[in-house]
Design a protein around this ligand. Structure first.
Ligand code: SF4
Ligand code: SF4
Ligand code: SF4
Length: 253
């Protein structure tokens, strides 16, 4: 049986980076334009030939070559911020379609790789060029850490992110900060101190990686956010390990 051609089915075939390279404000607007006949099916570089052929199969349209005006097909990638150069200006935050960048004004920022779609919209606004895109599938370990489980679609990810945001809003209600990224001092210690195995890992990593106090607290904040995304009340070793992995995978100059 052939699947009906709906905006939902078209949207499901698109790469979901929300990069706007197709000339539309995101994947769903592009799906709507394909459905209405206002756009060709060859305008999604992140999806590449695979997506193009899938769209051709679904719509019965001619599989035209990828339109180079919208960019070249490239391997999936993820953004990394060079912390040493980040000046904390926050200009990279508004363009990010999925709130994958965490940080506070005048403090260094980081990318939660689990959320990053690889859209690259954060690159241009950075005044010090400290954001780079790294191939997502450089290692299977990285892929396992950063890709959502196959059964989890964009709607589920969005629900998980919204739930994590709500948890943070409830946690900090009346305390000043609004998010983990803004928490500091005793408040950060009280909400983000990992369990015993997590504390040991963090202490060992701090020594091995020569983490500054700033870097140490940043790992705690990111681990807290990762735990929130996982729906975990406490911060465990696995959350600390993932937070540390984002540091290890960042490019070094
Ligand atoms: S080009 Fe980007 S925004 Fe447009 S459909 Fe593809 S992934 Fe989505
Ligand atoms: S961090 Fe950058 S590349 Fe990743 S989703 Fe946000 S804007 Fe796109
Ligand atoms: S735009 Fe660049 S310098 Fe400014 S906060 Fe983002 S990564 Fe840091």
């Amino acid at each position: 049986m052939t699947a009906p051609v709906t905006v939902d089915t078209l949207d499901a075939l698109l790469a979901q980076t929300q990069c706007t390279r197709c000339g539309f404000a995101g994947c769903r607007p592009y799906a709507e334009a394909i459905a209405s006949g206002a756009a060709e099916i060859n305008q999604c570089p992140p999806g590449g030939t695979e997506t193009l052929l899938a769209l051709a199969g679904l719509t019965g349209r001619e599989p035209l070559p990828l339109n180079g005006d919208h960019g070249l097909e490239a391997a999936p990638s993820v953004a990394f911020i060079d912390e040493a150069r980040c000046i904390g200006c926050t200009r990279c935050l508004p363009p990010c379609p999925v709130d994958a960048i965490v940080g506070a004004p005048r403090l260094m920022h980081t990318v939660v790789a689990e959320l990053c779609t690889g859209c690259a919209l954060c690159i241009a606004p950075c005044p010090v060029d400290c954001i780079v895109m790294m191939p997502l599938l450089a290692s299977t370990a990285h892929a396992a850490l950063t890709l959502p489980p196959p059964a989890e679609g964009s709607a589920e990810v969005a629900r998980r992110v919204a739930a994590a945001r709500q948890v943070q809003a409830d946690r900090y209600n009346g305390h000043g900060p609004r998010t983990n990224a803004e928490a500091d001092g005793e408040l950060l210690d009280s909400v983000a101190t990992p369990d015993d195995p997590g504390r040991k890992l963090l202490a060992d990593a701090a020594a091995a990686m020569r983490l500054s106090a700033r870097g140490f607290h940043r790992v705690m904040r990111v681990a807290r956010t990762i735990a929130d995304l996982a729906g975990s009340e406490g911060v465990g070793r696995i959350h600390v390990a993932e937070a540390l992995s984002y540091r290890r995978q960042a490019p070094r100059n």
